[in-house]
Ligand binder design. Sequence first.
Ligand code: HEC
Length: 152
Amino acid sequence: MVQPRSTCWKGPVCMLAGITVLVVSVGLVEGNVLAQGQESSAPAVSVTELMQAMIIPASNTIFNLPRDPPTDDDGWAIVRNSAVILAESGTLLMREGRAEDSEVWRATSRALAEAGEAALRAARARDADGISDAGNLLIDSCEMCHEKHWIR
Ligand code: HEC
């Protein structure tokens, strides 16, 4: 008689086999993560590209808000999304292979993220003044990093 497949999972031998498969797959996944970790030392995206694609457009949205405050849900969603990009950009600037080994780089990457987080709190509360304050923190972080790291 052919055993139904489902009973296999109840037998100790089959369970062992299952655990072996699990251990091997975890090992493979780990191998993959390691391989990706090695790639992370040479990011495909340069700092200038990160500035152009994410940090400049997102910060422009924050800087322009006092002149052109959102009037509806969609407008606030754009501000919130920009704040999210900035809040996470600090981590992207600190990525291995991208981060410069300097205290200024670390401090201003963190300051950028903190300004983004402040903008995010203000955007969630639809607080235009809060966005202006976050914009002031933001511009400080840009300028302080560029002062040391902008290659002219
Ligand atoms: C942690 C450091 C750091 C922070 C923070 C930072 N930048 Fe940059 N930025 C750089 C570096 C490095 C370059 C590339 C300079 C070069 O290659 O000459 C750059 C380049 C730029 C450029 C020139 C891009 C181009 O097309 O050549 C602009 C504009 C810019 N950043 C805007 C900003 C703005 C706006 C902020 C803040 C919201 C900011 N940056 C925050 C490091 C930083």
